[in-house]
Design a binder for this molecule. Structure first.
Ligand code: URP
Ligand code: ZN
Ligand code: ZN
Length: 463
């Protein structure tokens, strides 16, 4: 099967140009100003952008968490991804007590089998760091094509500083990457006790209990461990101006502290926790939403290159029956997380590019090119000959009002309800197969569950 995309604006991380793009089978085979070749199908892309499919390197599909489960599985989560123009994702597997890393990877593959509609990879999150688990890191990187591992500095399943040092040492040997959820648990425990004494238990106090310094301090400590070991680290879901300043300070001294941020930390702020009734629970996630000063600082960092990766931290729980059932009387019991995979690209275009905060090229870099490079997805991340034909034909003029009923995520709300989008996917291809298309007033899934494959990733060059 071949598809010829005619006269679209090909957007790369460094520039954009109008061209024809030929896809043969699963790959991009030719790009030229005009290609006079036969194809099984021709797509008129005049006036549209040809974007590389977005890569979401931070999702929680099928995840047991806080006494319940994140509601999207590989089927619903990847269908939603396809409809949002996300053609690859990297899911976190939270290691269960006694489980090995390789067992965890096999469990994820079994969940995805026959269900994944777009390509996927896995980051093991290490919570039970026994010696045999540390020893498995080499095999996970070199044989399983899984070079990134998450640790938590917070929650009951956090690891201590000495484990962090061990993991940084071990991953450095084989070209791996430690990712860290950076919040100081002692600051949070202190705040929780203070707020409980004052009877302050509504959703708003979730944000108060996790101040910016909790993130700043944890990033400082993680960065110092990187400095000590000469390794590298990746801060997930960076939320605060103070955390960002800490990362910039390390990087200015040549310490490899990388980071991602997410749309919620750019587009939403902590005023949301004050919404009427129990509505604030919709935004209970960790780290919490911050003030506008942090939103602005993170946009500025994307614009000037201090931050180059966007993810969603997609972790959906219903408002009715989950967020409210568990946490009605105490913010600490509200399952942490929010849905976002389907709204990633539309938000970054509308709130970022259309509002002049970032360029189209910076958006493509942060959603695809730089993500593929950081996480070793060699066949993904740009519209170029030889790459997988993961292509979004994007209509920059198509408008859409975000509403939960027109989205595919398996959850009863979206944090972005009612927001006006300008620019939506017209067509989405995954390895040359059409998986989603704009129909009348929303994007619809037209792919096949099971089409998505596990992608083996490349390590960093070993130190
Ligand atoms: O609140 C969040 N972010 N939930 C998902 C788990 C995590 O910490 O990434
Ligand atoms: Zn996290
Ligand atoms: Zn997460």
């Amino acid at each position: 099967m071949s598809v010829l995309f005619k006269q679209g604006l090909v957007v790369t991380s460094t520039g954009s140009y109008v061209a024809d793009v030929l896809v043969e089978g699963e790959k991009i085979s030719m790009i030229g100003s005009t290609l006079d070749c036969a194809a099984d199908k021709t797509v008129d892309a005049r006036g549209k952008y040809l974007l590389p499919g977005a890569i979401d390197p931070h999702t929680h599909l099928c995840m047991p968490f806080m006494g319940t489960f994140a509601q999207d599985d590989y089927r619903s989560g990847t269908i939603a991804a396809a409809c949002g123009g996300v053609t690859s994702l990297i899911n976190f597997h939270i290691q269960q007590k006694g489980e090995s890393i390789l067992q965890g990877l096999d469990w994820e593959k079994a969940q995805a089998e026959g269900n994944a509609a777009v390509d996927y990879a896995v980051h093991p999150a290490i919570t039970d760091p026994r010696q045999e688990v540390i020893d498995e890191i080499k095999t996970a990187i070199s044989e399983y094509g899984t070079p990134s591992f998450k640790i938590f500095m917070v929650y009951d399943f956090r690891v201590d500083d000495s484990t962090m040092i061990t993991l940084l040492e071990q991953t450095k040997k084989y070209g791996g990457l430690v990712q860290v959820h950076a919040e100081n648990p002692h600051i949070i425990q202190f705040m929780n006790a203070l707020l409980a004494k004052e009877g302050k238990l509504a959703p708003y106090y979730h944000a108060v209990s996790r101040p910016n310094i909790a993130e700043e301090e944890a990033i400082f400590r993680a960065g110092k461990m990187v400095e000590l070991t000469g390794s590298r680290i990746f801060i997930v879901h960076l939320s605060s101006k103070e955390g960002l300043e800490m990362i910039k300070a390390f990087r200015s001294r040549g310490v490899d502290v990388f980071a991602e941020t997410c749309p919620q930390y750019l587009v939403l702020d902590d005023e949301r926790y004050k919404e009427a009734g129990f509505n604030g629970a919709k935004y209970v996630m960790s780290p919490p939403l911050r003030t506008k000063a942090s939103n602005d600082a993170l946009w500025e960092a994307l614009r000037n290159g201090d931050l180059q990766i966007l993810s969603t931290d997609h972790c959906p729980f219903d408002f009715d029956g989950k967020k409210d059932r568990f946490g009605k009387d105490d913010y600490k019991k509200i399952p942490n997380g929010a849905p976002g995979i389907e709204t990633l690209l539309m938000l970054m275009h509308s709130e970022g590019v259309v509002k002049g905060r970032i360029s189209l090229e910076q958006m493509v870099n942060a959603l695809s090119t730089s993500t593929a490079r950081m996480f070793g997805l060699d066949s993904k991340g740009s519209i170029a000959v030889g790459k997988d034909a993961d292509i979004v034909v994007f209509d920059p003029k198509q408008t859409f009002t975000v509403t939960q009923s027109k989205l595919h995520m398996n959850v009863d709300y979206t944090p972005y309800e009612g927001m006006q989008m300008t620019g939506m996917p017209s067509l989405v291809y995954s390895r040359g197969q059409k998986v989603a298309e704009w129909q009348k007033d929303h994007v619809e899934f037209v792919g096949t569950p099971g089409h998505g494959k596990f992608v083996k990733r490349k390590p960093f060059p070993a130190a």
